[in-house]
Design a protein around this ligand. Structure first.
Ligand code: IVH
Length: 652
């Protein structure tokens, strides 16, 4: 790679990342990205002086600081006045119209996260500063650079402050909490706390691992000359920042109300948490005229969504036993209406959580419900205790089958494989969407089938017939036939679905796909080394597969005979040639693209990898071959020019 190719590669990587992280519309595979990234990294190792500030390698979080410096915003970061209903909005509008009658409004979501100010100078991100007191915040530039939806460089050369909110998507929030709970760490109360906490990590690799997202909502100091805020924001989005899931310009009260209703109605379906809608006067000149009170701009207001936090009483703690035997406590609360939904239960993750928060039966608690976030207890109001509260005891026996529980510290497990709860939940899982996707086999029906003694394992499902089903309450001809039909249509499924439906611990959908495409049905004979060699697999996963196969080999065979899942397409065996089974590294530019050469070699049975090691068999080089060539020579590995490679292939 030469300097010009390096610059091009950076542009391409940034374009890939923009499509992936900002547009949510990937234009290539991870593999292609990673390969180019490593080539860039290699070039930078050799040419430290050439490293561009916009290079994605500059994002890696490995800096550890012992505290954050303070830094000043170029212009103040304000707060917003809140309104809570149509009345409040009407009053705000009346007040604002008195200042200027000829105005329209720009409406966008109020994101629930942590605010952040980005300073770009000469098109380069130079500082990332937390809001702080509005004038001075903490300098967290290194952490900010790990956020992939923040461009490191923009096509705007004058100094500009871009302001926005750093959020954690709800799914990511659940993932992080799940992981923390499993490790016995305190879970975050809500995505906002999690985002703020993640931003202020002294170890930026932790920030990097949290998959934070930046959503711009305005500019601070700037030289933009647009007359309308909506135009300014369009300009900001065009610089490579994310657009809101919904935004609009409105002319009057009715239009604002309509957008608010729409946003509130859809809020569950958005990836991030919203706590309201922000309304801003769209005309910049009018904004300047209106100015600020001590705290807030007069030209803007936050129209909050109905509360998602409510105070209620904890009545009871139920114990749920999952298909893997893990016992999870679930809080039963005094039914409370939160934003139109009656909440009766909340998650508690595990017993450590109960102990740490000192949650007691009869306690007054604050519960939070929002979007796809499962309702949870976020706070215990200890000052409201009257002595009637009862401490929660950690159970010693399975609440379903009574057998003694294994206390693994954070997790409690029922070890009885025939425990009713485990069996029922495994069957429900077996039939679920990412597994065999069997319509009409939800939890109620599985429970009924189990209770009637018709199904004690997944294998029994395929022994069901009309006669058996019609004995069940609520089953008439049609319903029974539908269930039999969907069971029948599960046969001949993709192999990965079959594999996933087995419910092997630590092996989810992605891992099932990988195992399946590598081994197909011979996964039962794969060695630990072969499994670990798969991308994304570690020791624990490999052991889990081996252990599962050891215990369930017979059941797997029987199920397979019944379901006849399709073997994934296997590559035709390559004929004998010098590259078959060899590990090959490519370097330099060749007559065809890297991908084309790679495909050609793979068709011959070679494994094309990106870096040279002692295990490499051949390094094939083109023009401008770089350090990989030198390394091959150093290690005494065979090097071939493109021409030599072709000759060898032809001879074979
Ligand atoms: S504008 C000019 N717009 O809410 C006023 N703020 O309560 C500056 N926030 O500190 C804020 N989404 O962190 C604005 N679309 C949005 C917002 C938003 C979230 C946060 C921001 C601000 C706080 C004010």
């Amino acid at each position: 790679m030469n300097k010009e190719q390096y610059t091009k590669a950076i542009e391409l990587l940034n374009l890939y990342a923009y499509h992936y992280y900002v547009l949510d519309d990937p234009m290539t595979t991870d593999e292609v990205y990673d390969k180019l990234y490593h080539e860039v990294l290699e070039y930078e190792e050799q040419n430290e002086g050439d490293i561009l500030p916009s290079s994605p390698t500059q994002r890696v979080g490995d800096a550890i600081s012992d505290g954050f410096e303070k830094a000043s915003h170029l212009s103040r970061m304000w707060s917003l006045e809140d309104v809570f209903d149509s009345d409040g909005l009407q009053k705000w509008l009346t007040k604002t119209y008195k200042l200027d009658r000829n105005i329209s409004f720009y409406c966008e979501p109020k994101y629930d996260g942590a605010s952040l100010n980005l300073i770009y100078e000469n098109g380069i991100l130079t500082q990332g500063i937390t809001r702080g007191d509005g004038s001075i915040g903490e300098l967290i530039t290194q952490n900010v650079k790990t956020i992939r939806s923040i461009p490191l460089a923009i096509e705007h050369k004058e100094r500009i402050e871009i302001r926005g909110e750093v959020v954690l998507y709800k799914e990511e929030f659940e993932r992080i909490n799940h992981e923390r709970a499993a490790k016995g760490e305190a879970v975050f109360a809500n995505p906002r706390n999690a985002a703020a906490g993640s931003l202020r990590q002294l170890d930026s690799s932790i920030t990097a691992s949290r998959n934070l997202v930046f959503l711009p909502y305005g500019v601070g100091e700037n030289t933009l000359e647009h007359k309308l805020l909506s135009q300014k924001m369009e300009h900001v989005y065009s610089l490579g920042f994310k657009k809101p899931p919904l935004c609009a310009t409105c002319q009057n009260f009715e239009e604002i109300e309509a957008i608010y209703e729409e946003m509130n109605k859809n809020r569950e379906s958005y990836a991030m948490m919203l706590d309201g809608m922000v309304i801003k006067v769209n005309e910049i000149a009018a904004q300047i005229d209106m100015g600020y009170t001590v705290k807030n701009p007069r030209f803007s207001v936050a129209y909050k969504f109905p509360a998602v936090e409510k105070i209620t009483t904890l009545k009871e703690i139920l114990l749920q036993v999952g298909r893997t035997g893990v016992v999870t406590p679930v809080a039963v609360v005094e039914p409370t209406n939160i934003d139109g939904v009656v909440v009766e239960r909340a998650t508690l993750h595990n017993f450590d959580e109960i102990e740490r928060k000192d949650i007691r039966i009869n306690d007054k608690v604050i519960i939070l419900r929002s979007g796809d976030v499962i309702p949870k207890i976020i706070k215990v109001l200890t000052h409201e205790r009257d002595g009637s509260e009862l401490k929660v005891q950690k159970p010693t026996n399975c609440p379903v089958c009574g057998s003694e529980l294994l206390d693994e510290g954070v997790l409690l497990k029922c070890q009885n494989l025939t425990c009713e709860a485990r069996v029922i939940n495994s069957i429900i899982y077996f039939a679920s969407k990412p597994c065999l996707n069997i319509d009409g086999l939800g939890s109620k029906i599985v429970e009924a089938l189990f209770e009637a003694g018709l199904v004690k394992s997944v294998l029994d499902l395929f022994e069901l017939d009309m006669e058996k089903l019609l004995k069940l309450e609520g089953f008439k001809d049609k319903k029974a036939q539908n269930l039999l039909d969907s069971l029948e249509s599960a046969k001949g499924c993709d192999y990965w679905r079959f594999l996933n439906s087995l419910g092997i611990e630590h092996i989810g959908e992605v891992a099932s796909k990988a195992l399946s495409s590598r081994f197909g049905s011979s996964f039962v004979d794969a060695s630990k080394e072969e499994i670990i060699a798969l991308e994304g697999f570690g020791e624990e996963m490999a052991e889990s597969v081996l252990e599962f196969v050891r215990v369930n080999r017979e059941t797997i065979a029987k199920l397979q005979a019944t379901l006849r899942p399709l073997e994934p397409l296997q590559r035709e065996e390559a004929h004998e040639n010098p590259f078959k089974g060899k590990s090959v590294v490519l370097t330099g530019s060749m007559s065809l693209s890297r991908d084309a050469i790679k495909e050609m070699l793979e068709a011959l049975g070679a494994k094309v990898v990106s870096s040279v090691s002692k295990k490499t068999d051949f390094v094939i080089y083109g023009e401008d071959a770089g350090s990989k060539y030198d390394k091959a020579i150093d290690l005494g590995i065979a090097v071939l020019s493109e021409q030599e490679m072709r000759e060898k292939i032809e001879q074979a």
